[in-house]
Design a protein around this ligand. Structure first.
Ligand SMILES: [Zn+2]
Length: 275
């Protein structure tokens, strides 16, 4: 699934091309997504200038003076630049056409979304999909103190607490395993038992893990294509533990273990990662 690094890579790909440009035409070819694409969205945004391309969690935010398009790539979607005459493919749900630039949103499994938040409805952060999201991992306020406060008293295993998205956004299944390995923390440890020192290490590890993934063009998805149409580097190739069950840990050579937590696979080194 596209995780935060893929979405951020997409944002960095589209922002320089879309920002300050007139969206000449916005076309909906198939409105069947997680929620139907609003019928009148073509008329709402066509002819308007894109002011900025932001991101909150895994939502891309295409900002106009009169509102914001909220775009989610779902389980396997992509938003990529294509040539002006490239034929549409099956599952291309929507199309943004600028002078000399064209983008297609491809979403085979229809878990993605394209919604509209009018400026009159208040700040975008108050949208129901965004209002309960945790801090951005690169927000200076996301640190060990924040984790310690959020984890206090929680019995939930730390890996699941990270995944929930209400404490920090963007730590998906791969990155949770990787960040916990980097911080030397057993993923089964109840979140409330982490010391302040280990919370600080974990916050740093989350930033480093996600930062590295973004730098490498971020990809968790095998057929992932970034916004300029080039395949992303496969982050999983650089993973220390994710999908490495049975292989020797790069630090201590102990076989990596796979367990299931909350129906999601977790990978860890039983020796390097302590309770
Ligand atoms: Zn190890």
């Amino acid at each position: 699934m596209p995780e935060l690094p893929e979405v951020e890579t997409t944002r960095r790909g589209i922002a320089p091309i879309m920002t300050d440009q007139v969206l000449e035409t916005f076309l909906v070819h198939d409105s069947r997504m997680r929620w139907p694409v609003p019928d009148d969205l073509s008329a709402t945004v066509g002819g308007h200038v894109v002011r900025d391309c932001g991101r909150r969690g895994k939502y891309l935010l295409i900002g106009f003076d009169h509102g914001t398009q909220i775009v989610h790539l779902g389980m396997s979607g992509s938003l990529r630049r294509v040539s002006m005459d490239e034929p549409r493919r099956k599952h291309d749900h929507a199309e943004w056409i600028f002078r000399g630039a064209r983008f297609l949103l491809h979403d085979p499994r229809r878990f993605g979304a394209i919604l509209w938040h009018p400026a009159g409805a208040g700040p975008i952060g108050g949208h129901p999909l965004l209002a309960r999201l945790g801090l951005e991992p690169f927000d200076p306020a996301f640190d060990g103190e924040h984790l310690a406060r959020a984890f206090a008293g929680r019995q939930l295993p730390v890996k699941q607490a990270l995944l929930a998205g209400t404490i920090v956004v963007g730590v998906g299944n791969i990155y949770a395993s990787e960040a916990l390995f980097r911080a030397g923390i057993d993923p089964r440890l109840p979140a409330g038992r982490l010391s302040r020192r280990r919370c600080a290490m974990l916050a740093e590890s989350v930033k480093e893990t996600l930062g590295r993934a973004i730098e490498s063009g971020g990809s968790t998805l095998r057929d992932y294509v970034n916004a300029t149409g080039t395949p992303g580097a496969y982050f999983t190739l650089h993973a220390a533990v994710y999908e490495k069950a049975g292989l020797p840990c790069g630090r201590c050579a102990t076989p990596i273990r796979r367990i299931v937590q909350g129906q999601r696979a977790t990978y860890f080194c039983p020796r390097c990662q302590r309770r």
